[in-house]
Design a protein around this ligand. Structure first.
Ligand code: PGA
Length: 238
């Protein structure tokens, strides 16, 4: 099983020129990578195939739960697949928080993404408040069980453990805590399901999540916008 290193660009960068620069840096550095690499840019850059083809898979950061129809502003799994996306991120804490995505919505999205033939990076993780309230395991269990409700085949699902308090804060989760959470998550998935870590991953801290915490890869936000840094993170997984 290859490790999976995914870059989540979020709402960045602000123009095509910069997007091309990041794609080019990744393309230049990715040769001989043993991990599977996925880059998840905003939808508009995903469609610029002349920029984005080369040595890594593409992923979207979201999709809608219907295939077509009167849903202004939305994008379907089939459209993503058609444009060349192989993966989609679902359940990211920013979508749970800013777009009120519930476990039920996430479950619908997961089903639609699988129907469309997409692979999924399914994010789960507790907030600071839930952590201090001793609710980490309860939250993880609920998010996984509700998110995967009635999903019979989870072969195309990768779970990313992303403690919300660690995302974009520089406060990355300790190896011990990550290990505990990853082991807990494994109780609810298959033996060969990849479980990733995400939350303030940088090249200085990335290697231990795979080598010591037992993760099968990483979901990288901010640091994936620097192509050279992202390559160093990919190399740290080897
Ligand atoms: P970060 O984001 O690496 O910037 O903390 C991770 C994520 O949100 O997937």
């Amino acid at each position: 099983m290859k490790n999976l290193i995914a870059g989540n660009w979020k709402l960045n960068p602000t123009n095509q020129k910069e997007a091309k620069e990041i794609f080019d840096e990744i393309k230049a550095g990715i040769k001989n990578a043993t991990a599977e690499v996925v880059v998840c840019p905003p939808f508009v850059y995903l469609a610029l195939r002349s920029f984005s083809e080369g040595g890594f898979a593409l992923g979207a950061q979201n999709l809608f739960w219907e295939e077509k129809g009167a849903f202004t502003g939305e994008i379907s799994g089939a459209m993503l697949k058609d444009i060349g996306a192989e993966y989609v991120i679902i359940g990211h804490s920013e979508r749970r928080k800013y777009f009120s995505e519930t476990d039920e919505i996430i479950n619908q999205k997961i089903k639609k993404a699988l129907d469309a033939g997409l692979k999924i990076i399914f994010c789960v993780g507790e907030t600071e408040e839930e952590k201090t309230g001793g609710k980490r395991e309860e939250v993880l269990q609920r998010q996984i069980q509700e998110g995967l409700k009635d999903v019979l085949d989870i072969d195309n699902i990768n779970v990313a453990y992303e403690p919300v308090w660690a995302i974009g804060t520089g406060n990355n989760c300790s190896v011990e805590e990550t290990k505990e959470s990853i082991e807990f998550i494994r109780k609810f998935v298959k033996k060969d399901t990849r479980v990733l870590y995400g939350g303030s991953v940088k090249s200085e801290n990335s290697g231990v999540y795979i080598k010591e915490a037992g993760s099968n890869g990483l979901l990288v936000g901010g640091a994936s916008l620097d192509g050279k840094e992202f390559i160093k993170i990919i190399q740290s997984a080897e």
